[in-house]
Design a protein around this ligand. Structure first.
Ligand SMILES: *Cc1c(COP(=O)(O)O)cnc(C)c1O
Length: 233
């Protein structure tokens, strides 16, 4: 297989496995969206997926992402910022990205909100929860989740919509621990929904190694990189 069609055949396989996982969980296939985690991938690899109908892409490095977004500007793709967002880069989000999965501070949300309001655009925000208590990961600890949500919801910005939670599974965790963490994130989403309202409905969880399990546990957004593109260089 040539490198150029590797992404396309990866996409077919991932879409099939996603549909099968949804079916096993008694969920509709269209209740889960695939975010192609395309960081470090060249434009040509993204183009392959675009040609196969993929519209949602996740990037985690701002400068690299802005080049790609500009390249595909005519196509109406949906860009998700999934990596750690430095607060000084937050103002670059509105107008470029329609989703940020990695909010773990009220200050970053406020900066996005202020710029979104200025531009008259809107950005969907997910709170990143460090559910596995992984010291190597960003994210709000479970104990701080409701307070952070409350603070952000109290901000006067029309341009940000807090709509769910995200977590990154711990790479070294056994499968049953990862499954428990996914189930816990879903429980936290339900608690947020009861406290703060029905806007809380998105669960971003699952990567190449565990997206099927994440779908079985309720993921609505899965972020898949290497299973689509092959291992990153
Ligand atoms: C890179 C990345 C992914 C995708 O990881 P793979 O294991 O390659 O599927 C998912 N989420 C985040 C936040 C990432 O940075």
């Amino acid at each position: 297989m040539t490198p150029l069609n590797e992404a396309a055949s990866g996409l077919e396989d991932v879409r099939r496995r996603m549909a099968e996982a949804a079916q096993r969980a008694g969920r509709r296939a269209d209740s889960v969206h695939l975010i192609a985690a395309s960081k470090t991938q060249p434009i040509a690899a993204l183009q392959q997926l675009v040609d196969c109908g993929q519209t949602r892409f996740g990037e985690s490095r701002m400068q690299e992402a802005l080049v790609k977004i500009a390249h595909f500007a005519e196509l109406g793709l949906e860009w998700h910022f999934i990596g750690h967002l430095q607060s000084k880069k937050a103002r670059l989000v509105p107008g470029q990205f329609s989703w940020v999965h990695s909010i773990d501070s009220a200050g970053t949300a406020a900066r996005i909100g202020a710029e979104a309001d200025r531009l008259g655009v809107s950005v969907n925000l997910l709170l990143q929860v460090n559910i596995a208590d992984d010291p190597a990961k960003h994210g709000v600890p479970e104990s701080g989740l409701f307070a952070l949500a409350e603070t952000i919801l109290a901000q006067p910005h029309a341009g940000i919509r807090l709509c769910g939670l995200m977590t990154i599974g711990r790479a070294d965790a056994p499968a049953d621990v990862t499954r428990k963490n996914f189930a816990r994130l879903r429980e936290l989403l339900e608690q947020c929904r009861r406290r703060f309202g029905s806007e809380f409905r998105e669960l971003s969880m699952g990567m190449s190694g565990d997206y099927e399990m994440a779908i079985e546990e309720g993921a609505t957004l899965v972020r898949v990189g290497s299973a689509l593109f092959g291992a990153r260089a």
